[in-house]
Design a protein around this ligand. Sequence first.
Ligand SMILES: [Zn+2]
Ligand SMILES: [Zn+2]
Length: 331
Amino acid sequence: MGAGKARSKLQRKWEIYPGKNKFYCNGRCVSSPDLGGFLACFFLIIVTGGLFFALDCPYLAVNVNPVIPVIGGLLWIFILGCLFQTTFIDPGIIPRATLHEALEIDRLYQLENQQLQETNGTSYQAPRFKEVQIKGRSFKLSYCTTCQIYRPPRASHCSRCNNCVERFDHHCPMVGNCIGKRNYRYFYLFILSTATMCCYIIGCNVTVIVLRSKEMDVGEAFKKSAGSLIQAVICLGSLASVGGLACYHSMLVCKEMTTNEDIKGTYNDRKFKEAVNPYSRGNCVLNCLAVLCGPRHPSLIDRRGFVDPTDETPTMVDTNGARGLPGSHHV
Ligand SMILES: [Zn+2]
Ligand SMILES: [Zn+2]
């Protein structure tokens, strides 16, 4: 066995994975290519939390209740945990078709086209979709020309990550990942807990200023609470964006709907005839339980598996992450 073959045997699949996602810790973690938003978010949480624990908590623990820093600390750790889960787990990436699968789909498509051309006598491009029934409602599975698969219902191709994602909600530059089937609950809990933490810190800031103004002159109290004022400004700014987002996603969770479906109006009965949402469990409590407590779905991409040297797929992947198949179209 040659040295080259032995090396390729040790190569992990994430090292040659098509698409723009970045992998870390030998394929254990995955994110979108741009982590600028995540780093800004992380920095803001660390700075605001640091100011709160260093300036307000000691005063509040002595003058109000020692539980206040404990609640703040737990909430802060929970927010960071949710942020890391959202950013660094596989959001539900759908593996691209193997060379054999892609060729088979291409062969069937060309065969179908040939028959239609013979019947009509004209060149005809059949729409590349399949139709399926879910709870009596028909859904079109569109063909992804990059991943060369028929996308499952609710999946969509993220142009930033260049991959199809299951139950695609949206691509979030703030956390630096797609929001999909596997990380939606962490994203939702992240924005919900961040909005709660902002309210909590603002409440504590106001308490500190009010208590200090009873002890001393009001001007003096504000001067002494400059750190609290900075926190309050940061938290009010964050609350303006995260608070609205938390309310919007709470509505989506209650309806068991994705942002993508809401924007497209998939279940809007004024837009479509069969507008019933087949994924809704009937009431908002069951929908919330399903989103927050449902089983965690396994990752479909075998990131840490070893590349099979006899598999032709990796060598067929070009720099854009698409295979150069004859007759295939890329977007
Ligand atoms: Zn795709
Ligand atoms: Zn994405």
